[in-house]
Design a protein around this ligand. Structure first.
Ligand SMILES: [Zn+2]
Ligand SMILES: [Zn+2]
Length: 351
């Protein structure tokens, strides 16, 4: 009889299994940190320095005012691109069946971040910066930019702005920047840099907090998509992202109702992301030629094809690492005692 009393409800079994899945994910990711740090130095630091040096060759030929205008133009383009990607990520997460015990899909990061532990990125910053959702964007920026004939400097600016987006999101979820070590993700200078952008309205912690208020049972109600954007511009782009999210939900439901598989719908979202790039990038190319025609005279080294190749290796890593580290082994119970700051510890323990 005592045994009977200990039997868990089906709901509890799901919650426990999901929790175990999360713990397993974190354990696994902690083992692979060094690989992502190497990738981070290649992508953000090495390529980042190359991008800045190359963009500088253009800025040297124009006035400061024009350079500022071009920077604003690129930041606003990135705002649209980031918003689209964010919407697609949430559309992808809608496909997770939260009532099954294994919600650990190919993009587990955003899922655990939104619905289990928002502080994940403070714990594993390099994993986030080099995670698969970010890598997909690197892939699009290089490849679609190259295929649609964007000037390399436009692609480079977009990539740098994308890095800033990711670091901004990290800023939202990092409690303190106190390290004096410039190589630390919690370096005080990083906090001050993004704190400055918060002061001038490019970054809004309260808004991001509201974005996180949408819980696992209301995943389709997500909104407030822009992490980093110019004050007025982002309020224009946000409703456009809502519209895109609405459209994607309609498409997913359309196929679901007709019995198409989950896999099929996942591919639909990936395809949509690809297609959005092929719409956005030619528009950006057109506007650049119209507003900044002098850029076409600037000849620079085009690293987009080798960069795509490197992204491809990173993507392979993302898929092979779980296998190399044996992610489907049950978690070692001794290692699962995490001492993380968890903003929403109740999420998976609601009943
Ligand atoms: Zn989100
Ligand atoms: Zn967040």
């Amino acid at each position: 009889m005592a045994e009977m009393a200990q039997l868990l409800s089906p709901r509890k079994i799901v919650l426990n299994a999901r929790e175990e899945s999360y713990q397993r994910f974190v354990n696994h990711e902690q083992k692979a940190v060094w690989v992502k740090i190497v990738e981070f130095y290649i992508r953000h630091v090495f390529f980042g320095m190359f991008y800045i040096a190359t963009i500088w060759t253009y800025f040297e030929t124009i006035s400061w005012a024009r350079a500022l205008l071009f920077t604003i133009f690129m930041l606003n383009v990135d705002c649209v691109f980031f918003g689209m990607n964010h919407v697609n990520t949430h559309a992808y997460m809608l496909m997770y069946d939260i009532n099954t015990i294994e919600p650990n899909g190919p993009v587990p990061y955003p899922f655990w971040h939104h619905y289990r532990n928002p502080m994940l990125f403070e714990l594993l910053p390099h994993q986030y910066r080099m995670g698969i959702t970010g890598l997909m964007a690197h892939f699009y920026i290089d490849l679609i930019g190259y295929c649609t004939g964007l000037h390399p400097i436009v692609s480079y600016c977009l990539m740098l702005a994308w890095f800033a987006d990711y670091w901004t999101h990290e800023y939202y979820h990092t409690k303190k920047y106190r390290s004096l070590n410039p190589f630390s993700p919690q370096f005080v200078g990083v906090g001050l840099f993004f704190g400055f952008f918060e002061c001038i309205g490019f970054i809004d912690c309260h808004e991001h907090d509201l974005h996180h208020k949408v819980d696992i049972n209301h995943m389709d109600e997500a909104d407030l998509w822009i992490d980093f954007g110019m004050p007025v511009w982002k309020t224009i782009i946000d409703p456009v992202c809502d519209l895109l999210f609405y459209g994607l939900k309609k498409v997913i439901n359309f196929f679901k109702a007709r019995g198409y598989s989950k896999k099929f719908n996942e591919n639909v979202v990936v395809f949509a992301e690809f297609a959005e790039g092929f719409v956005l990038f030619p528009i950006v190319g057109y506007l650049q030629k119209r507003w900044f025609p002098e850029l076409d005279e600037v000849e620079v080294t085009d690293l987009r094809v080798p960069s795509t190749f490197i992204t491809f290796i990173f993507v392979l890593n993302s898929f092979f690492l779980p296998w190399l580290w044996g992610s489907d082994r049950p978690a070692d119970k001794n290692q699962t005692k995490l001492t993380l700051p968890t903003q929403n510890p109740k999420i998976f323990f609601e009943d």
